[in-house]
Design a protein. Structure first.
Length: 237
């Protein structure tokens, strides 16, 4: 009987975005830690929730793209021994990135935050609970205004506003948790794969960021790296 391939833990926030997801790698036994976006929470409880969702068996490797990389490093270090870590276009999640994500969200509503709102949020990044509370309040106001401007009635606003605000807060909470993630206790062998325009050091694949995880060269590099560290991803590898 052919043994089952080892579990590869994928930490990929399932928010809708242009970049290909980790599932595009088409690796067997890829276990998605976040099949749905978790509720928004401050970084400590958020990270503990991720740890509680870890599969009972130790994963053979941890994979993560972009903003999920700091959280993946912590999870990889919390196993009984450090496991291989594969990061794709990983960059530090800065306070500026969190604020940009908020501005991008309200920009989709045709709104530009005023200077007072922007300053208040910038001052709260170091206090994530206050940031999320204020962001919820302001997003609710922006969504309400945008829906009413489009002619939505009071009942429609009530039905539509909460899911929109909640989805935005779930992504912001993920970014805040990554921004405040503590240094991992230990780090195993690490492969950093970068697309053509992402700054940093690592194995560079000559493609755009949106295509990095669907490029066959990326999957080949992951398979070779894991095999070099004793992780066979399938019977043909």
């Amino acid at each position: 009987m052919t043994p089952a391939p080892p579990v590869l833990l994928a930490l990929d926030h399932p928010a809708q975005r242009a970049e290909a997801p980790l599932s595009a790698l088409r690796l067997p036994a890829l276990h998605q830690l976040l099949p749905a976006p978790p509720p928004p929470a401050s970084p400590g409880p958020y990270l503990e929730g991720l740890c509680a969702a870890l599969p009972p068996d130790r994963p053979a490797a941890v994979l993560a793209p972009c903003a999920s990389a700091p959280l993946a490093a912590v999870l990889a270090g919390r196993t009984d021994r450090a496991v291989p870590l594969v990061l794709f276009d990983a960059e530090p999640v800065t306070a500026a990135m969190v604020l940009t994500a908020y501005r991008d969200t309200v920009a989709q509503l045709g709104v530009v935050p005023d200077h007072r709102e922007a300053r208040h949020l910038a001052a709260c990044v170091g206090e994530p609970g206050a940031f999320l509370a204020h962001a919820r309040h302001r997003l609710a106001a922006h969504v309400d205004g945008a829906l009413r401007a489009d002619g939505a009635g009071a009942e429609d606003v009530q039905d539509l506003a909460e899911p929109l605000v909640d989805a935005a807060l779930r992504w912001l909470a993920h970014l805040l948790a990554a921004h405040h993630a503590p240094p991992p206790a230990s780090v195993g062998p690490t492969l950093r794969i970068l697309s053509a325009r992402t700054p940093g050091d690592g194995l560079r694949i000559g493609c755009e960021r949106v295509d990095l995880l669907r490029d066959p060269r990326t999957a080949d590099a992951v398979v070779a790296f894991l095999a070099a560290h004793g992780v066979r991803t399938g019977p043909d590898h």
